[in-house]
Design a protein around this ligand. Structure first.
Ligand SMILES: Nc1nc2c(ncn2[C@@H]2O[C@H](COP(=O)(O)OP(=O)(O)OP(=O)(O)O)[C@@H](O)[C@H]2O)c(=O)[nH]1
Ligand SMILES: [Mg+2]
Length: 326
């Protein structure tokens, strides 16, 4: 059981709302716990922090390992701070789950942001279950917003489905790619092209100008083949070097334009409503498997005795047990 020195969720919640970073970190740890007591506590905390609509920017940053996501967030975040934002960065790293690698590197790769008082950085723990990441991150976003963060950045490695999963958490998705002669870019699946709002050809320094140009042209061509985005926004393609701070201010302006558009045409609310619908389903699945998982364990003795009697088929035993539980 997680040791909490908070007597009541109200106490923790009022600290979160007053911007106490320790309380926020504590609540996120409770959220990540699978213990029954913590699950209930997490539910109460999220419920108290939940607000129907918040004027925030939720941005997902995805791309292959090493493309420079953390460095890019460091530079973009630093620029956004000058515009008055309060920033929360949540990192989801499925590769570290597989390799059990340390994710602490992310804090150091966001050297500038890590020192800022108006920035909260939270790496996801290695032991987290892959399928649970999305659900937990959606709740983590609610808590961060409740703590007054208005720019939420979710970093996730683009491995398999994760870039599509992150789409369900954010208002805006940016895909980072390396300048490449083509093979890598051709690998960008059509589904992804239709799901991203910004594509950044990253590490685009002068020395790679030729490759950058080829990449940009190729991306623009593939975009013609993709369907239009549902938001009404034309996917933006840009070349950026975080190392040289090139293109960061322009990217901020474009993000600003993106949010103006989706607020004006109300896509932001429409999209968030759809996401909530999916989240309810994913919570429902989670609760069902948690609940039935426990029941199944309790049924083990019964199943064994039924089997040793040898009178019923496995199907009949399972069906009878199921009828008993509902
Ligand atoms: N040339 C160049 N290198 C960069 C740039 N941005 C980041 N890098 C370097 O690329 C390497 C990886 O950067 P990260 O920011 O850690 O990349 P990441 O995508 O967050 O990596 P993972 O989280 O491990 O997937 C580091 O050595 C950075 O210094 C850039 O704009 N240009
Ligand atoms: Mg990173």
């Amino acid at each position: 059981m997680l040791k909490t020195q908070f007597q009541h969720p109200d106490e923790l919640v009022s600290k979160i709302k007053s911007g106490d970073r320790f309380a926020l970190a504590k609540a996120l740890t409770i959220l990540e716990s699978n213990l029954d007591r913590d699950r209930q506590l997490a539910e109460q905390i999220v419920e108290r922090c939940w607000e129907h609509s918040k004027e925030t920017w939720r941005i997902g940053i995805t791309g292959p390992p090493g493309v420079g996501k953390s460095t890019f967030i460091d530079k973009f975040g630093s620029f956004a701070l000058t515009k008055g934002h309060k920033i929360a960065v949540l990192t989801i790293d499925p590769s570290s789950l597989i390799s059990h690698g340390s994710i602490l590197g992310d804090k150091t790769r966001m050297e500038t942001l890590a020192k800022e008082p108006n920035v909260f950085i939270r790496p996801s723990p290695n032991q987290a279950v892959l399928g649970g990441l999305q659900k937990r991150t959606s709740e983590a976003i609610i808590l961060c917003e409740s703590a007054g963060y208005d720019l939420i950045i979710v970093e996730t490695v683009g491995v398999g489905q994760s870039e599509i999963e992150v789409r369900h958490l954010v208002d805006c998705l940016t895909l980072l790619q390396l300048p490449d002669s083509g093979d890598e870019l051709q690998g960008i699946k059509k589904g992804i092209m239709e799901n991203v709002d910004f594509i950044v050809v990253h590490k685009a320094e002068e020395s790679k100008a030729d490759l950058v140009k080829i990449s940009m042209d190729q991306l623009k061509n593939s975009l013609h083949l993709a369907r239009a985005n549902k938001s009404g926004w034309d996917t933006n393609i840009s070349d950026i070097s975080s190392l040289k701070n090139k293109g960061i201010a322009k990217y901020y302006d474009d993000i600003n334009n993106f949010f103006s558009l989706i607020k004006n045409n109300d896509y932001i609310n429409h999209n968030r409503k759809n996401q909530l619908f999916l989240h309810v389903h994913s919570h429902l699945k989670d609760l069902q498997s948690h609940y039935f998982g426990k029941l199944n364990a309790q049924h083990d003795d019964l199943i064994k005795s039924e089997l040793s009697l040898g009178e019923k088929s496995p199907l009949k035993i399972a069906a009878d047990l199921f009828k008993k539980t509902i």
